[in-house]
Design a protein around this ligand. Structure first.
Ligand SMILES: [Zn+2]
Length: 125
């Protein structure tokens, strides 16, 4: 965990999804960075995200290459486009993998981590 992304992970302790905004561009910045890639300025602040979005792209993984919290069941790796614009690589849970479609509305849900932080995942909205 880098210092830059620390506010993101701190917020997950309260199950809050936050993203960086560049106040100069008035645009979201994702992944957490020290400067805005749009203007190279550092006028960045953290804002609460709605936690809503839609599936932009996804794949169904049938045989995990590594141990995952999801066991041996097929799971969905998705690029979710937040209502605010950024796209997050995440998992879609809470529904059969074969029911996931591009454009499907999703909302954030949280997977508890052992250290008190929470991992943002998405479920059908
Ligand atoms: Zn900017």
């Amino acid at each position: 965990m880098s210092e830059t992304s620390a506010p993101f992970w701190d917020a997950t302790r309260d199950r809050r999804l936050v993203i960086q905004w560049c106040t100069a561009c008035d645009a979201p910045v994702w992944f957490p960075r020290d400067v805005c890639l749009g203007c190279l300025g550092d006028a960045l602040e953290w804002r609460a995200a709605s936690g809503r979005g839609e599936v932009y792209a996804f794949t169904v993984e049938n045989k995990p290459a590594m141990p995952t919290p999801f066991g041996d069941e097929p799971y969905v790796v998705a690029l979710v486009e937040l209502a605010e614009g950024p796209r997050l690589m995440t998992n879609v849970v809470g529904c059969p993998p074969q029911s996931v479609t591009v454009g499907m509305p999703v909302q954030v849900t949280w997977e508890e981590l052992s250290d008190g932080r929470n991992l943002p995942l998405f479920e059908p909205a």
